[in-house]
Ligand binder design. Structure first.
Ligand code: SF4
Length: 367
């Protein structure tokens, strides 16, 4: 097996690994689960934890039914189902940042439903350019810092936080490069390489990704070039189907995708302020608003710069934020004459149906 294949193989197995086996795989690190794009991962890292994304799984043990209504997205229900079934044992806690009603509901009920796993919460402003947004978020981060210090019995010094920021920035820079070179990887490999950033310690991920980038094959030519839009895609089925249909994913507008790694955190000055400024400076996810940073303009720009032939919306069933977002983005794509396709994702993906629709879409765009 070539070093390139060996690294990819390693990264691909992470998405399938149950979290209860995480500590065995990464001894010496302390995992803490998290749910979404606004979590200040560096603060948890500086407190001695490794933030690990809670991926939704296909299995349903029926544990979440008594706590969340059936019209809650599977991303939120699966996290609770795994916790109640003991699949998250070994985590030091779980952290939520306010991103949508489903995550808010989960954060509210977690302390009663899963008291053995401490929950952390960051309230994120909605209007990212509001006059009070920065001071509000800074106060939230300070509150979180105190809570972590109380839990660990250790102060989180500015130097430790700056070191964590520097490590995460190095990873961001490499992930930016990965996204620039996305058309050189088959879609499932791109999916695995990006997702692994949230599943393993950055100290170990960073050198692996650097090696992978050095060994990428040349760009695939002649394949239809696609941009994928959605929340987080734990399941690789969509990327596998795109690959089988002959397409390439050359860009994305995923909550934890390109937008998430687009900017570094300032490494000079007060590190907590830098984290707050960074969260406010990124392109908003669908439940947030910034008058100058519009998602429709950003998507059109991504299509243009990545020379994409079409856009695939991958929306989780019952996800209202991305449902409303779709209406606005679809209108912008229609005005610009960019072809697009909406795929609805469920707990278990309907791969056959997905394949038929994607093959027809690629044939229609005729790239
Ligand atoms: S899929 Fe949508 S509703 Fe569910 S957690 Fe993500 S953003 Fe919220």
């Amino acid at each position: 097996m070539s070093p390139y294949d060996a690294i990819l193989n390693d990264l691909q197995t992470l998405g399938e690994m149950p979290l209860r086996r995480w500590r065995e795989r990464f001894p010496g690190f302390r995992p803490l689960g998290f749910m979404n794009a606004y979590l200040p991962e560096e603060l948890f890292h500086a407190a001695g934890f490794t933030p690990v994304l809670l991926l939704h799984r296909r299995e349903d043990r029926g544990q979440a039914k008594a706590h969340l209504p059936g019209f809650t997205c599977w991303v939120a229900r699966s996290a609770l189902d795994q916790a109640l079934a003991g699949e998250l044992e070994g985590l030091a806690g779980v952290a939520f940042a306010q991103s949508c009603d489903a995550v808010q509901a989960l954060a509210d009920l977690w302390p009663r439903a899963v008291p053995q796993l401490p929950a952390f919460y960051v309230a994120m402003p909605h209007h990212l350019a509001a006059p009070a947004a920065r001071s509000y978020l800074l106060a939230e981060l300070q509150r979180l810092r105190w809570r972590l210090e109380e839990m660990t019995g250790q102060a989180i010094g500015d130097e430790a936080l700056q070191a964590s920021i520097a490590l995460y920035n190095r990873t961001r820079a490499l992930l930016g490069r990965l996204h620039e070179l996305a058309d050189r990887l088959p879609p499932p490999a791109l999916h695995a390489a990006r997702q692994a950033a949230f599943l393993m310690p950055k100290e170990l991920y960073y050198p692996l990704l650097a090696q992978l980038l050095e060994q990428l094959p040349p760009s695939g030519t002649g394949s239809p070039r696609l941009v994928v839009v959605g929340s987080e895609l734990a399941d690789p089925s969509l990327y596998q189907v795109i690959a089988e249909a002959g397409g390439r994913v050359v860009g994305d507008l995923l909550d934890l995708g390109q937008r998430h790694f687009a900017l570094p955190v300032d490494e000079t000055g007060d590190p907590l302020q830098a984290l707050a400024d960074h969260a406010l400076a990124l392109l908003p996810t669908p439940t947030k608003y910034h008058p100058q940073r519009r998602r429709d303009a950003h998507l059109l720009e991504t299509v243009r710069t990545r020379q994409a032939d079409g856009v695939i919306f991958a929306r989780q069933k019952f996800c209202e934020p991305h449902g409303f977002d779709y209406v606005m983005l679809k209108a912008a794509l229609d005005r610009a004459g960019v072809p697009h396709l909406l795929i609805e994702l469920e707990q278990t993906p309907h791969v056959g149906q997905m394949r038929t629709r994607i093959e027809a879409f690629l044939e229609m765009i005729g790239a």
